[in-house]
Write a protein that binds this ligand. Structure first.
Ligand SMILES: Nc1ncnc2c1ncn2[C@@H]1O[C@H](COP(=O)(O)OP(=O)(O)OP(=O)(O)O)[C@@H](O)[C@H]1O
Ligand SMILES: [Mg+2]
Length: 258
């Protein structure tokens, strides 16, 4: 191991995280390191605790024990909105967009909240015109996700895969260094999935981001991930390169079913 790898600070780290909901122990001693600039997947059966782990990492909920470190800083008690300012961006298992607003207005909400903490939804009824810088940036980011041609469309009428891409564009507008994607391909057709894999590969490279994602589709996981962590009943049962994880007898037994 050379000095660079020995001293590199992980982009995001869970250290012995426990999370309970009442009596239910959802996460038990979960640790993982997202190496800066890499794509890391968390896989596991339904109910394994993947979304809960994302909530703990993004600050939507706090862990009962253990710690979360963002670029070396302990953010365990930092709420989610403040973690966004410190470089975390997150999308949700079911895409969250403002359905009654058009695509441009959705982007403006994200860009302006980054710039000034201002909430355009409040000003919407006053028809405050959009700054041309905001519009240019919105179109530029929408182009990265292939949605520039839908800019005047109401978000609520977008196809499911397009809505996911709009949510991703809104998250990218926050300029995260660490991107958390909870089932980014869920509900997409195989064709859309393939396109989304290419899109994420390109974004990871061009924007030099670290990505943590959950995904049920193993072909997506193995196409994208540099590192895979496997959760089962809230515990890490394997962690390694895609090939190492595929070869693990325990993973095959409890997760892949053979
Ligand atoms: N707010 C909550 N209150 C009580 N139990 C919860 C809560 N959120 C999650 N759980 C439970 O925690 C466990 C893990 O849920 P979680 O949503 O994290 O799993 P997951 O791995 O994301 O599953 P999926 O693959 O279906 O998305 C489940 O048994 C779930 O019922
Ligand atoms: Mg989930």
């Amino acid at each position: 191991m050379n000095m660079t790898t020995a001293t590199a600070i992980p982009a995001l780290q869970a250290r012995a995280v426990y999370k309970n909901y009442g009596e239910i122990k959802v996460l038990k001693d979960v640790s993982l390191d997202v190496v800066a600039g890499t794509t890391h997947a968390v896989i596991g059966p339904n109910g394994a605790g993947k979304t809960t782990l994302f909530k703990v990492l993004s600050g939507e909920v706090f862990a009962n024990a253990g710690a979360v470190h963002l670029e070396g800083r302990d953010v365990s008690r930092v709420p989610g909105h403040a973690r966004v300012r410190q470089g975390i961006g997150r999308t949700f298992q079911v895409a969250r967009v403002f359905a009654e607003d058009d695509v441009m207005a959705n982007m403006a909400i994200a860009i302006e909240s980054r710039n000034a903490g201002r909430d355009r939804r409040f000003w919407r009824s006053f028809k405050v015109p959009l700054d041309s810088g905001v519009q240019d940036e919105a179109v530029e980011i929408l182009a990265t996700v292939g949605l520039a041609h839908r800019v005047r469309e109401q978000a609520g009428v977008l196809a499911y895969g397009e809505r996911k891409r709009l949510e991703l564009a809104m998250t990218l507008a926050l300029k995260p260094r660490m991107l958390l994607l909870d089932e980014p391909m869920a509900g997409m057709s195989p064709g859309d999935r393939q396109a989304a894999v290419e899109l994420l590969k390109r974004i990871a490279q061009e924007l030099n981001m670290s990505i943590l994602l959950t995904e049920h589709d193993m072909s997506v996981v193995f196409a994208l991930a540099d590192h895979v962590t496997v959760l089962n009943y809230g515990e890490v049962i394997a962690s390694g390169t895609p090939d190492e994880v595929k070869a693990s007898p325990l993973v095959r037994e409890v997760y892949l079913g053979h």
